[in-house]
Design a protein around this ligand. Structure first.
Ligand code: ATP
Ligand code: MG
Length: 474
């Protein structure tokens, strides 16, 4: 663990210390910054707790900082923020909180530093460092946070039933920190989460989403998602994922557990990419398997069309989880829809036209799609894995080849609808659509090369076949 003293190298700590001294109040650095410093994780968000008026302290700090600084006050939370370059400072007065059972809004009153540490979620988040003249740089650790950092344990500073009942989001946060840091959750804390999982229902979907996304972005997201599943939390807000769990056997034939398969795919993706939406695509790629599952004597278990059905499920899931209904959602829909295509290509003789179609359908997301399909190979049979990966290498080479030759990625028709209208002297009409589509098909099928001259000839020929007359010759 990094020495505590080194945490205070930035000039802000002296400034805050001076400001507090001038006002005659005690001040401490607390929470995430202290934890991350000791764990050698980068952190530029600093929380200051003073035993007194946090807003007054923030004003004083702003005065002492070189240059002009705005203090933003959040009245509801009693906090004040200052932004300096890459750094964010939050100031708050030490407080005591008491909750009533059916509300997330606590009664707040001023308290001591220890009151304030006690209302925090976990011991590792309740560490303080003094910025006061008499014990500057000293660690204040009333709940054994350092020992828990050492043992890599997430534990509430007080009775977990109280901590979680006061703010049930803390159950998600416990799992989020376990997943981000690779820590385990203390037995009593874990038992309490399992006992109280239903209480997550009173938490807003937005707060749940933020923690869920942090779990998904952690280095090995399966850790957190498996804990969400085992705690009984996941089913409360994302039942579709829980439905993936389990194995059915019929006539001695079983299928794989799609929940753990999905987690494996997600971890594989996480090793190669930090992109949240690619990770979401991994989570959702097989989401429709439970609803498309069927058994027959000849083929055993099948999941026909799960990619179509799954892609259709994305929007509802995004809406329910308050994920954005924008281009990120469209990207996930597309990757879910296409996730079997690269592997399907390896099973047949790969024709140029099949490759062109895949490039056309995937557009700029072709590389992400290939990455997802590599990560989707989770067989325990090493030989099988090697075989599939080698085949995917071939597909990738072929894609590069075809793309270099035909440039169908982000396909733009070499002849526009406008031009076709001029050629035949037509207004926008069904015929124009038919010609445009035939032209696209001819290029993708490789019947004509992707260039203007050939495309014009094709469009004229096609129009004439349809009984149209040229209004102007080309
Ligand atoms: P990160 O910034 O990575 O999300 P963090 O621990 O800094 O992690 P913040 O949400 O920034 O989390 O909160 C700062 C501190 O405030 C925490 O370290 C913790 O002490 C306290 N805290 C935050 N949310 C809660 C909560 N729901 N219940 C109790 N304490 C909390
Ligand atoms: Mg923080």
């Amino acid at each position: 663990m990094r020495p505590v003293k080194e945490a205070l190298q930035h000039p802000i700590f002296n400034t805050v210390s001076e400001a507090a001294e001038a006002l005659g109040v005690e001040v401490y650095v607390v929470g995430g910054y202290v934890r991350d410093h000791l764990l050698e994780r980068p952190c530029t968000d600093v929380d200051f707790v003073c035993v007194g008026d946090g807003l007054e302290l923030a004003e004083k700090v702003a005065e002492l900082l070189p240059g002009k600084h705005k203090v933003s006050v959040f009245k509801n939370f009693g906090t004040a923020h200052i932004h300096e370059g890459d750094w964010d400072y939050e100031f708050v007065g030490a407080r005591k909180e008491s909750y009533s059972r059916n509300s997330r809004k606590p009664d707040v009153e001023p308290g001591t530093l220890e009151d304030d540490q006690l209302r925090r979620d976990f011991t590792i988040n309740a560490l303080g460092i003094s910025l006061n003249a008499d014990n500057y740089g000293e660690l204040v650790d009333p709940f054994g946070g350092i020992a828990d950092l050492d043992k890599q344990i997430i534990r509430t500073p007080t009775d977990p039933d109280i901590t979680f009942s006061d703010d049930p989001l803390r159950m998600m946060r416990a799992i989020r920190f376990a997943s981000q840091l690779g820590f385990s959750i203390h037995d009593k804390t874990w038992d309490s989460i399992k006992r109280q999982n239903e209480r997550i229902d009173i938490i807003s979907k937005e707060r749940i989403r933020d923690e869920l996304n942090k779990i998904i972005l952690s280095p090995k997201p399966s850790l957190g998602l498996d804990l969400l599943f085992k705690s009984g939390l996941l089913v409360r807000f994302f039942p579709e994922m829980v439905e993936l769990h389990g194995v059915e056997v019929r006539k001695g034939v079983s299928h794989k557990d799609n929940f753990y398969h999905t987690l494996k795919v997600l971890d594989n993706v996480a090793e190669l990419s930090d992109d949240l939406w690619l990770r979401w695509s991994a989570i959702l790629h097989d989401i429709a398997k439970p609803r498309t599952k069927a058994f027959n004597d000849k083929d055993g278990w099948t999941f026909h069309a799960h990619e179509f059905v799954g892609s259709k499920m994305v929007k509802r899931i995004f809406r329910k989880l308050k994920l954005p209904l924008n281009e990120h959602m469209k990207y996930v829909e597309k990757l879910v829809l296409l996730h079997l295509r690269p592997i399907a290509l390896t099973k047949e003789v790969v024709t140029d036209s099949a490759v062109r179609r895949l490039i056309f359908d995937a557009g700029d997301d072709i590389d992400d799609l290939l990455l997802l399909s590599r990560c989707d190979i989770t067989s325990k049979n090493e030989r099988k894995v090697k075989h599939f990966l080698r085949n995917l290498d071939n597909v990738e080479r072929k894609i590069d080849d075809v793309e270099e030759r035909d440039r169908v990625r982000n396909f733009q028709p070499p002849v526009s609808g406008e031009e076709i209208m001029q050629i035949f002297g037509l207004k926008p009409s069904r015929e124009i659509g038919v010609i445009k589509n035939a032209l696209k098909e001819a290029i993708l099928e490789g019947e004509i090369p992707n260039n203007r001259e050939e495309a014009l000839k094709f469009a004229v020929r096609k129009g004439k076949e349809m009984g149209l007359k040229e209004a102007r010759t080309i």
